[in-house]
Ligand binder design. Structure first.
Ligand SMILES: [Zn+2]
Length: 187
């Protein structure tokens, strides 16, 4: 099982704005193919994403759900599959248990799907993804797309180090598949 952050990993980050409609959602090069490759190798994907634009009143839950339906369909049409998407729609001030770096969404997914979190991977472009993944025992991979390069600039301030740093989702998926074969893992 792989937890993948959405904006900046699968699709282009709007940097400071939220993706409110499907026209604003642009897949990053190679990301659809990466998701297809995961499916072809029997590796399940769960998307975990902070979407505080809802709590801030900058987009509605309906807009988020509409984009989500189209996102899932586009992935499916390409030959990939996303098992589930977990969004935190709270604002940082809400102090919820689900906004990354907190691991609430990972625990929820673990419960819903009966996943052993120690045998998962977490792919993200921001240190909060790596912190959340590390805190639940997931192996973590930082990508340089999205906010990845910016994240790397503050490396001296990181509280945790990712297990791998790669250029993009495709490279992350190559590592995950290689490790799956090497360890003869089932997931
Ligand atoms: Zn939340």
């Amino acid at each position: 099982m792989v937890f993948i952050d959405r904006d900046g990993v699968i699709n282009k980050n709007l940097f400071g704005d939220y993706i409110k409609n499907w026209e604003e959602f642009k897949f990053l090069p190679g990301s659809l193919n990466s998701l297809k490759l995961l499916k072809a190798n029997g590796i399940k994907v769960i998307v975990v994403s902070n979407q505080s634009g809802v709590a801030k009143g900058l987009m509605t839950l309906e807009q988020l759900e509409n984009v989500n339906q189209k996102f899932l369909k586009a992935v499916r049409d390409y030959g990939g599959e996303i098992e589930a998407v977990y969004y935190c729609v709270h604002s940082p001030d809400d102090n919820c248990e689900c906004r990354k770096p907190k691991p609430g969404l990972f625990f929820k997914a673990s419960k819903d799907f009966g996943i052993d979190l120690e045998r998962t991977y977490t792919v993200g472009d921001y240190i909060s993804d790596i912190e959340a993944g590390t805190s639940v025992g997931s192996k973590t991979i930082l990508v340089r797309t999205g906010r990845g390069e910016e994240t790397l600039l503050s490396r001296d301030k990181w509280s945790v180090e990712p297990d791998y740093i790669v250029s993009d989702l495709y490279e992350a998926v190559e590592i995950i598949i290689k490790l799956k074969i090497k360890n003869n893992e089932q997931y």
